[in-house]
Write a protein that binds this ligand. Structure first.
Ligand code: ARG
Length: 563
């Protein structure tokens, strides 16, 4: 991709024979413009070459020429690069207008498949606010990787198997009502009741284990109850995905692997990796400072880990993936480390292509949730509340009620998604309505609003931007910094993909909106006598609107045209 950073890294690579990616990571954007638009510190190179950094800087900078870079100078251990500002607008805007919503996309991923295991909700359990991050991050990575040419497979690895179904069936048979139409909330209440009762009556847990065993053995009555729980849950969950506008390519959940775990156990046995421990079968991981990975319980039942192992081999065969991303909270770090290690020990080099994209928690002001205690905040409720709040804000703005409703949905849903993406994925965050729906803050409504404002000002000026634009007129400080930022969009996407970090895109979009608003504040567009300058500014507006919309789309946030 032709960005300034890439061009610099390329020419440095040519000159030093060092890998492009290594060099590219070292290039910085100096905080002080005096030191150029990009800067390359030579400390690392100096270590590799065993030459003083100042000398390295000097000898590399000497007769280095890069298209679009006007000045290259060695200052101490740094090489500073100055973009040719007269040509900046010409290069950047033309490129964006030519590529349109494809600007920033690439073909690096062509022929490679990325499996993205995300959202992965649990049957008969709440689809709660804790699932927001996995759902939003996974969906955004799906879009980002697709934008880079990869074939993506979005998998909802539904939690539809395990001992909890024994508990639920016991509860249903004891306290349930055959004639009633059940919702997930009802099932959750049954589950909560089971735990309360089991505190008093030890025997209940025993009973549940027995029932689960019979379920695994396909006992027809239990299978049909299980199926009923599964269907009603999925029906409700799909309502939430519809609100979020998220689709999956596969719904193969844990139960799908029930008949495939045997092969995994057999493979492990053949490789002499299984050990018997207190009746259970385990893979010992002590050498790697991890507790053992249990693959078969003493009663013969499979476990979460076994089903995940089966899923890995199934997916390798089915998709021959280049990478599989598991977008799952950091509470499961150990689980993934264990199963990836097992695959590695089995001798499969591609174990390195399994990646746990972990993330921190989202908490609420009200405090922690607990399914067992029945303290739960449903994601669907949060989304609907957001729509209601936005509807309230949009009242009396002269919109028809259909317009207002559809707008409230785009803004309300987008804001909740965006809030999960703005913070770096590994940090914990708190969900605060004042932040999520702050139209002037680091929120998607702010970006959407900026986009709509740009579109409407373009309409007001009503200019047909043609080919004869004098781009060199765009030389105001705010124009130049906006242009520079626009030129970085392709790098931003690559970085987000390589770090599995949609927040890079989210932060960029906000920064872009801020830069635009600064430009618009200081550089008039509508009331402008100089028509040539107006033309050039309108084209800058168009380019900015394209990139804001693209950025929001990659986050899974819809962009309205009117607001
Ligand atoms: N259902 C699991 C949970 O809610 C997440 C599943 C993640 N994916 C996986 N392949 N283990 O904790």
């Amino acid at each position: 991709m032709e960005t300034f950073k890439n061009k610099i890294a390329e020419s440095l690579a040519k000159k030093t024979n060092i890998d492009f990616n290594i060099l590219s990571e070292v290039i910085e954007v100096p905080t002080n413009e005096e030191f150029g638009d990009f800067s390359f510190p030579c400390f690392q190179l100096s270590k590799i070459l065993k030459i003083a950094p100042t000398i390295v800087a000097k000898s590399i900078a000497e007769d280095l020429e890069i298209k679009g870079i006007e000045k290259i100078e060695a200052i101490g251990p740094y090489i500073n690069f100055f973009i040719d500002k007269k040509n900046l607008a010409n290069v950047v805007i033309k490129n964006i207008l030519k590529k349109g919503d494809k600007y920033g996309s690439s073909l690096v991923g062509i022929g490679k498949t990325v499996v993205i295991d995300f959202s992965s909700v649990n049957i008969a359990k709440p689809f709660h606010i804790g699932h927001l991050k996995s759902t939003a991050i996974g969906n955004s990575l799906y879009k980002i990787y697709s934008f880079l040419g990869y074939q993506c497979v979005g998998v909802n690895h539904v939690g539809d198997w395990g001992t909890q179904f024994g508990k639920l069936i016991v509860a249903f048979k004891k306290w349930g009502d055959d004639k009633k139409k059940y919702s997930v909330k009802d099932l959750v209440s049954l589950y909560v009741k089971f735990h309360k009762e089991a505190e008093k009556d030890e025997g209940l847990n025993e009973e549940a284990r027995g029932v689960f065993k019979k379920l695994e053995a396909n006992e027809i009555e239990y299978v049909s109850l299980w199926r009923m729980f599964r269907e009603l849950s999925l029906k409700e969950f799909k309502r939430v995905y519809k609100l979020l506008n998220i689709k999956f390519d596969s719904w193969n959940g844990e139960s799908f692997y029930n008949d495939k775990v045997g092969d995994v156990v057999a493979m492990l046995e053949e490789k002499k990796m299984l050990e018997k421990s207190r009746g259970a079968y385990i893979v010992d991981l002590e050498k790697f400072n991890m507790p053992p990975c249990i693959v078969k319980r003493s009663d013969g039942a499979s476990l979460y880990a076994t089903r995940d192992l089966a899923a890995i081999f199934y997916r390798k065969k089915e998709y021959n993936f280049y990478k599989t991303l598991y977008v799952v909270g950091n509470a499961q770090q150990l689980h993934f480390k264990q199963i990836f290690k097992v695959v590695e020990l089995m001798g499969f080099g591609w174990a390195d292509d399994l990646i746990h994209v972990d993330f921190g928690t989202v908490s609420l002001q009200e405090g922690a949730m607990s399914t067992r205690k029945g303290i739960v905040v449903y994601l669907e409720d949060v989304l609907n509340e957001s729509i209601i709040k936005v509807n309230e804000i949009l009242k009396n703005k002269g919109l028809t009620s259909t317009e207002q409703n559809s707008l409230a949905k785009k803004i309300g849903i987008g804001a909740v998604i965006f809030s999960a993406l703005f913070v770096g994925r590994q940090s914990d965050s708190t969900f605060l309505w004042e932040k999520v729906l702050n139209f002037e803050g680091d929120s998607s409504p702010y970006a959407q609003y900026t986009y709509v404002r740009i579109r409407s000002l373009i309409k007001k000026v009503n200019k047909n931007i043609n080919n004869n634009i004098n781009y060199s007129l765009l030389c105001h400080e705010n124009e130049l910094s906006l242009l520079k930022l626009l030129s970085e969009f392709p790098n931003v996407i690559t970085e987000a993909a390589s770090r599995y970090e949609p927040s890079v895109v989210a932060r960029y979009v906000i920064e872009l909106a801020k830069y635009f608003n600064k430009f618009y504040h200081n550089c008039p567009v509508i009331n402008l006598e100089n028509e040539d300058l107006q033309n050039a500014r309108v084209s800058l507006c168009v380019a900015t609107s394209i990139v804001i919309k693209s950025g929001l789309n990659l986050l899974g946030v819809d962009c309205p045209e009117k607001m």
